[in-house]
Design a binder for this molecule. Structure first.
Ligand code: SF4
Ligand code: SF4
Length: 478
């Protein structure tokens, strides 16, 4: 039977008819037909991933004359940090969390092992919304102290640990789902947050009224109650819920970039994401600033002198490899002083950044909403919605910062430093304008009167510029 908009059963939600616009029936049919092959893709990516992680451990040291074309260790490093990370990050704009559903070997391994697992009830501490934030902060900080961007052993250790944890959690908890991906993956929440900006949406043909709901025995591996689905963040695009001819499956539609964030009011805005946004961005920022700011060296020096003056000489000793970088062969050996200073500096930057963001958004929200008759709950609801406007500028900052190697690749193919700088500035400029647009649109949906909207927008603009200024030295140099 051919499915057209005419034979989709009308539903109770009046918002649904416009949601049928942009439906990609061809994509639904393609994945419905070939979905059984996704397992083969997972299998292949799994082995490629393992090769990138572990083969470099068995190779000779990289020499100064080696390049990505002559030494697999360099190729693996560039593949992870110059291609995989920035492209996965960028792909959420164009294809949502397709990496998660179609390619990621860690999530796939977790789901596969679950078939043979213990199927234990998911404990409350795992279901806690703050769990992926903790997971992200631990991995980001550990990545810095063990040198995950430079050393093959550190890449194998960090990503191998994430893979192992995904498999263990998959074996222990849940039934026919991905507890790891929904609740614990350090990458998943970040991809989920930014997928809200993306142009792909999975939407129920027969949606139910009410907010998004969690449903452990759902067909969906990330436990989305499909009839209530309105937000993108937990959808890993596995296409399991898509049946082009059925009357109650989900459709796939293309939408304008940022559409979900503009209308975040009806797409389950929530505190957990906002906290992740503030804290996670701050932590990633700290992970860069310690490398480039002289302030870090000054603090390290002062702290070291204080310990020496108090006869605490252990501070100069090196710690275990699983906590800090210990690579004498590459002339990089961190001691406890390095470890404590990096962790302390990252934590301080995170707290300062998150506090500043909290206060700036509070100022913007107060200008737009205080004294308008809203009760406390409504005010904080508006606060949370307005926080989403900063996503584009934060995302591009993270992309240029964390994915800096992709720009080095552009240098390898002949683009000069001025050209690379121009590309970064253009990306930055676009993200800034996009954030300003989102701020304006969110306030429009909130029905903020013009007299409040303009000053609220000015503070929103200053907040976006604040984010840009924080990342400036990390991305463009001091
Ligand atoms: S949530 Fe994490 S483990 Fe799961 S598929 Fe996405 S990146 Fe992979
Ligand atoms: S909503 Fe559908 S496509 Fe998205 S994760 Fe759930 S089952 Fe997969």
């Amino acid at each position: 039977m051919h499915v057209s908009e005419d034979n989709v059963i009308p539903c109770r939600n009046v918002d649904v008819v416009p949601q049928q616009q942009g439906r990609m029936l061809w994509l639904e049919r393609f994945f419905f037909k070939y979905r059984s092959y996704i397992g083969l893709v997972h299998f292949a990516v799994f082995w490629v991933f393992l090769a990138l992680l572990f083969v470099p451990l068995f190779l000779d040291e990289v020499s100064e004359t080696d390049t990505v074309f002559t030494h697999f260790t360099l190729l693996a490093n560039y593949t992870m940090w110059g291609l995989w990370f920035p492209l996965v990050f960028l792909s959420v704009i164009f294809t949502g969390r397709s990496w998660c559903g179609l390619l990621c070997p860690m999530g796939a391994a977790s789901e596969y092992i679950n078939k043979f697992g213990l199927h234990l009830k998911i404990p409350a501490f795992i279901r806690w919304e703050g769990m992926p934030i903790i997971s992200f902060l631990i991995i980001t900080t550990l990545g810095q102290t063990v040198g995950v961007r430079d050393h093959p052993e550190a890449i194998a250790y960090v990503f191998g640990s994430v893979m192992l944890a995904a498999i263990i959690i998959g074996y222990l908890y849940g039934r026919n789902n991905r507890v790891w991906c929904r609740h614990m993956c350090p990458i998943g929440l970040m991809l989920g947050l930014f997928s809200r900006l993306g142009v792909v949406q999975f939407f129920p043909k027969r949606p139910s009224h009410g907010a998004d709901q969690y449903h452990e025995s759902s067909l969906c591996p990330t436990m989305i109650d499909l009839r209530h689905k309105k937000e993108s963040r937990h959808c890993i695009e596995c296409f399991k819920c898509v049946h082009p001819e059925a009357k109650s499956s989900l459709i796939v539609r293309a939408r304008a970039p940022g559409e979900e964030v503009e209308n975040i009011h009806s797409h389950n805005p929530n505190w957990a994401e906002v906290w992740f946004f503030f804290l996670g961005t701050g932590s990633a920022l700290g992970g860069f600033l310690w490398l480039v700011l002289p302030l870090y060296q000054d603090l390290r020096q002062a702290l070291g002198e204080w310990f020496i003056e108090h006869d605490q000489f252990w501070i100069g000793e090196s710690g275990p490899w699983w906590l800090m970088s210990v690579h004498p062969e590459r002339r990089e050996v961190y001691n406890w002083l390095d470890f404590m200073t990096i962790v302390g500096f990252m934590t301080a930057v995170m707290l300062v950044f998150a506090t500043a963001m909290f206060l700036l958004n509070l100022l913007s929200s107060s200008i737009a909403h205080a004294g308008t008759g809203k009760d406390r709950r409504q005010f904080w609801g508006s606060y949370v919605e307005l926080a989403y406007q900063y996503m584009p500028v934060a995302m591009v900052s993270l992309l240029i910062g964390l994915g800096g190697k992709i720009f080095e690749l552009l240098g390898l193919v002949g683009l000069g430093s001025n050209g690379i700088l121009t590309i970064k500035l253009v990306l930055f400029g676009i993200s800034l304008l996009w954030s300003l647009w989102l701020g304006w649109r969110i306030q429009t949906v909130q029905a903020v009167p013009l007299g409040r909207k303009v000053p609220g927008q000015i503070v929103g603009t200053l907040t976006s510029l604040f984010i840009a200024a924080c990342w400036w030295p990390a991305i463009f140099g001091i």
